[in-house]
Design a protein around this ligand. Structure first.
Ligand code: 4NP
Length: 145
C-alpha cells in the first residue's frame, strides 16, 4: 500500500501527516507527502511542524518539500488532502475516474467534512491543533492497513 499526504506548501500539514502515519504503520506501507504549490520545493518542513512532531517523538527532518505531479496518481493507492482547496487542485489534475477515486479528505476518516486548517500564518497553537487532528485521522487510517 502506498499513501500520499497532500497540502498546499508541503511544509506544515502534510509533512506532519506523513510522519505521524509512518509512526503507526509497518514499513510495508509506503508514506510520502507533496504540496499542490511548489513555493517551498526542496525545503525542510516548517520549524513549528518539526518542533511539534519532535515533542511527540517523531523526527520529520528527513523530509524535503516537493510539488504534487500527475505521476503521483499512478504510483500511489490513496491520496489524502488536507482541505477543500487542495481537494479541488488535485482533482483538477485527475485524468480519469480511477485517479479521482484515490483522492480523499483526510478528516473524512473521522466522519467529518472539515478542513485541516492551514496553520502557516498562526501561532504554535495551530500546529498542536493540526497535530491532534492528524493523529486521530492516522489512527483510523492505520487501523485499516
Ligand atoms: P501547508 O502550509 O500547506 O500546510 O504546508 C502552508 C505553507 C506555506 C504557505 C501556505 C501554507 N505559503 O503560502 O507559503
Amino acid at each position: 500500500m502506498k499513501i500520499l499526504m497532500v497540502c498546499l506548501g508541503n511544509i506544515c500539514r502534510s509533512p506532519l501527516a506523513e510522519g505521524i502515519l509512518k509512526s503507526k504503520v509497518s514499513s510495508e506501507v509506503e508514506v510520502d507527502s507533496a504540496g499542490t504549490a511548489g513555493y517551498h520545493e526542496g525545503e525542510l518542513p516548517d520549524t513549528r511542524s518539526i518542533a511539534v512532531a519532535k515533542k511527540y517523538g517523531i523526527d520529520i527532518t528527513n523530509q524535503r518539500s516537493r510539488k504534487f505531479t500527475v505521476a503521483d496518481f499512478d504510483y500511489f493507492d490513496l491520496i489524502y488532502v488536507m482541505d477543500d482547496s487542495n481537494y479541488h487542485n488535485v482533482l483538477s489534475l485527475a485524468r480519469n475516474d480511477e485517479d479521482a477515486l484515490k483522492v480523499k479528505m483526510i478528516l473524512s476518516e473521522l466522519g467529518s467534512t472539515a478542513n485541516v486548517p492551514d496553520p502557516y500564518y498562526g501561532g504554535t497553537d495551530g500546529f498542536e491543533n493540526v497535530y491532534a487532528m492528524l493523529d486521530d485521522a492516522c489512527d483510523v487510517i492505520s487501523s485499516k492497513m
